[in-house]
Ligand binder design. Sequence first.
Ligand code: 5GP
Length: 127
Amino acid sequence: MSYAYDDQNIFARILRGEIPCSKVLETKHSLAFSDISPKAPHHVLVIPKGPYVCYDHFAHTASDAEITDYTRAIGAVCDQLGVAPGDGGNGYRMIANTGNDGVQEVPHLHVHILAGRNIGPMVLMRP
Ligand code: 5GP
């Protein structure tokens, strides 16, 4: 596995405090903040603080502590937004765009949590 992390990407700069964000939640290894261009009433990005380009990079090289923290942080954001179906919420869409075909714009792992309305079909129906 070979990934080159660009530490000038916008989320790295948010993590260093060089540009502001609207923080939703912060843990030891993770940060959640509102997307600057929301596509739904709730649109939160959850990122690990470590230098991981995408999910498979993270899954293969992050520590167990980081992976646990990130997974729990995503759950906590869903709780905070009140969207978890198990708690009476109406659900959400979680997306991790990856690489060229996944149309990933920012090369730092992030999941989008979209909620607050019916998010629609998963992808455009094109084989
Ligand atoms: P991607 O296409 O990489 O999955 O999504 C990147 C997301 O980052 C986009 O939804 C975009 O609106 C968001 N984004 C880009 N720049 C900024 C920024 O400076 N601040 C915040 N909060 N979100 C950003």
